[in-house]
Design a protein around this ligand. Structure first.
Ligand code: AHR
Length: 323
């Protein structure tokens, strides 16, 4: 019997199957064979968010990861489209910084069905937990508690407050309001007189604060609580333009810890900043590596954050900060 022909056919089939496996692998990695990761960023509305994007981009570079970056410019629909594009490109993993809490179930399920792990950074979603591998973020409720607690201690529990809220429907806006209001409930003489969305932006923070100064009356406001530093910086401008001294006539408390806000503490125009660390790149890529290696990782990693005011902030400390 001639065994030569079947042997040739077997070798040919084996070769075709090797080529096909290597092609599939190639689709999920870049030309150099490194990992491909898609990163959907909700916007670049604040200095904090620019620092977050930078941390993820530079960590990808350090690890020779092919990062596909998509800025959704405040549009959740664009984020959903970007995630679908990453799935179609068969990336190895997706990092998502979601704009709002709701509306993610369907697209996260599509990623799960395609066996592409999704790591959430900085903001949580209200989708079932099995649809993402982990959330790496600060505790926004706790940030609100700490801001209110600082204000209570520095006003002897008596304050009329206006609140500049972050993007409506976003986890930090919801949780920072909740944490602040819960803590305030302990103090009968501390009240929020007005509260409005300033979308985490300097210009809107200024606009809303200028409106508060007119509607509430500048003499009636003890303090402004801003859900982020950029809105606080906008509020400072509005307070100055109204002929008042921010930090003295009206106290300013905010969240994030960007360089300009900490400088404002040294200058006396902001009284207190609760830190929210945006440098999430290393942890996000560790989570991806561990997940792709089949390790079980915690569903939630909470960032350790500081609180700054004039009692603990020095120019030397500020000079050492990375954002
Ligand atoms: O999700 C974190 C918040 O979003 C930051 O406080 C803010 O500056 C940002 O844009």
């Amino acid at each position: 019997m001639n065994t030569f022909r079947p042997l040739c056919l077997f070798l040919l089939a084996a070769a075709i199957s090797c080529i096909s496996i290597s092609c599939n692998k190639h689709e999920a990695s870049s030309g150099s064979g490194s990992k491909v990761v898609g990163f959907s960023q909700e916007d670049e509305e604040s200095d904090w968010r620019t620092a977050e994007s930078q941390s993820i981009k530079s960590e990808a570079q350090n690890r020779h990861i092919d990062l596909r970056f998509a800025d959704a410019q405040e549009d959740q629909e664009k984020q959903i489209k970007a995630i679908r594009a990453f799935i179609a490109q068969r990336v190895n993993a997706i990092i998502l910084a979601p704009r709002v809490e709701t509306g993610w179930d369907q697209v996260l399920r599509e990623a799960k069905n395609a066996k592409i792990p999704v790591v959430l950074v900085d903001r949580g979603v209200s989708a079932p937990e099995d649809l993402y591998v982990t959330l790496i973020a600060s505790d926004f409720v706790e940030e609100g508690h700490r801001a209110a607690d600082w204000l209570a201690k520095h006003t002897n529990g008596k304050a009329r407050i206006v609140e500049l809220q972050g993007t409506a429907g976003s986890a930090p806006a919801i949780d920072r309001h909740k944490g602040f209001a819960d803590e305030l409930a302990k103090y009968p003489d501390m009240k929020i007189l007005a509260s409005q969305d300033g979308d985490f932006q300097v210009s809107k923070g200024k606009e809303v604060m200028a409106a508060f100064l007119k509607s509430v009356g500048k003499e009636n406001i003890t303090a402004v609580y801003a859900h982020n530093d950029n809105m606080a910086l906008g509020a400072i401008q509005a307070i100055q333009e109204a002929g008042l001294t921010p930090g003295k006539d009206i106290m300013v408390v905010s969240i994030d810890g960007i360089h300009a806000a900490l400088q404002a503490i040294l200058d006396g125009t902001i009284n207190c900043v609760v830190e929210c660390n945006p440098l999430l790149g290393p942890q996000a890529f560790d989570a991806i590596d561990d997940t792709l290696a089949g390790k079980t990782i915690p569903k939630r990693t909470v960032q350790k954050d500081e609180l700054f005011d004039k009692s603990n902030l020095t120019p030397e400390l500020l000079a050492k900060r990375k954002y």
